[in-house]
Structure formats: C-alpha cells, structure tokens
Design a protein around this ligand. Sequence first.
Ligand code: G4P
Ligand code: NA
Ligand code: NA
Length: 192
Amino acid sequence: MKLLEDRIRRDGDVLPGNVLKINSFLNHQVDPELMMAAGQEFARLFKDSGVTKVLTCEASGIAPGVMAAYELHVPMVFARKKKPATLNDAVYWADVYSYTKKVTNQICVEQKFLHNDDKLLIIDDFLANGEAVKGMISVAQQANAQVVGVGVVVAKTFQGGTAWLKEHNVRLEALAKIASLADGQVHFAGEQ
Ligand code: G4P
Ligand code: NA
Ligand code: NA
C-alpha cells in the first residue's frame, strides 16, 4: 500500500534492535483516515473469504482491526492481555512470548465470542516473530473456528513470522513488507 509506505518513510523512526517506531499514526497516536484505508484494503483482499469476525489483540491491533471489521460488516473481537474482571466467564488462553520484552504473557478471549462456525480474519499491527499471531491462531483452534487468513499493517519479513505462516499454509496479507531495517534505513521488499 503506497500511502502506508510513504507514511512510514516520512514518519517512521528505526530504533536499535530492528524496531520501527511509528507512534505518530499507529502505535500511540492513531491516524483514523490511514487506518480506514488499511481497513478498506484488508476488506478488499479478504472479500471472498466469508469472514464472519475479525480477531485481533489489544492494544495496537484494535485500530486496524476495527476498520477492517467495519468494512467487512462483521464484529471485531480483541484478545485481552489481562485477566478480565469477570473471572467466572469461560475463556480461551494462549501464551505469547515477546522477543522484544523477553517475557511470556497470556492472551485471552471469552469463549462466548468465538464459535465453531466462525471464519476468522486475524489482524495485527506488526508481524515480527509471529508470536502474537500464533497465540491468536491457538485461540481460534481452541474454539474450533477457521482462520481464513492473517492481515498485518507491517510485516518485517526478515523475522520469523512471515516464513512460519507460509510453512503452515496460512494466507498472509501485509500492507507494507519490510525486508530490512539495516543501517537505520527502511528497505521495503522488492526495492533495490
Ligand atoms: P511478535 O508477536 O511478532 O513475535 O512480536 P515481538 O514479540 O517481537 O514483539 C512484541 C510486541 O512488539 C508486539 O506488540 C509487536 O506488535 C510489537 N512489535 C514487533 N516489532 C515491532 C516493530 O518493529 N515496531 C513496533 N512499533 N512494534 C513492534 P505488543 O507488545 O502486543 O504491543 P501493543 O499491541 O500493546 O502495542
Ligand atoms: Na501488536
Ligand atoms: Na505493538
């Protein structure tokens, strides 16, 4: 998505450790028009997949997730990272290891929001090592729901998540594909 690549070039900062900081439009301040454009693109890409629900993860998946859901006319469910106050409700859990923070956290979704006839589109802000996406796939599997694909705003294709999804035959659509962040520069896939 050209609009997104241009915005990354203009406003993105490359931090040590292969991290792209895009806090001015996605990870802190949110640009709703850009997120709507992302949602429209996800909806176009997955329009024939029979999506019944978007599944994402708080916090930064919510903005692109809700826009995709809006365009597909389906609900969005976001996995929570803290135990809900209503502990009585049955939940699906998954462990998510964060390479950036070197800790394992849990994500959870109340069972009543995922069904065995759901066709889920998993949306997230970043795909890096894929741990968050693997956790969401695990949650979907626990619900016996089908995952029709994964859509991410940014895939860092040089980290493990992109290859893992391909190996497991999971459709991946990334609106920006970053092949390298070497030398503090953003190199998009397919560029010289
Ligand atoms: P992974 O899920 O793909 O394995 O990612 P990893 O463990 O490496 O990263 C953990 C967190 O960092 C995730 O957000 C992930 O989206 C985010 N992240 C990964 N690479 C980048 C990057 O280059 N730039 C930015 N800005 N974020 C990155 P999270 O902890 O779930 O945070 P949030 O969703 O609450 O913001
Ligand atoms: Na995220
Ligand atoms: Na994030």
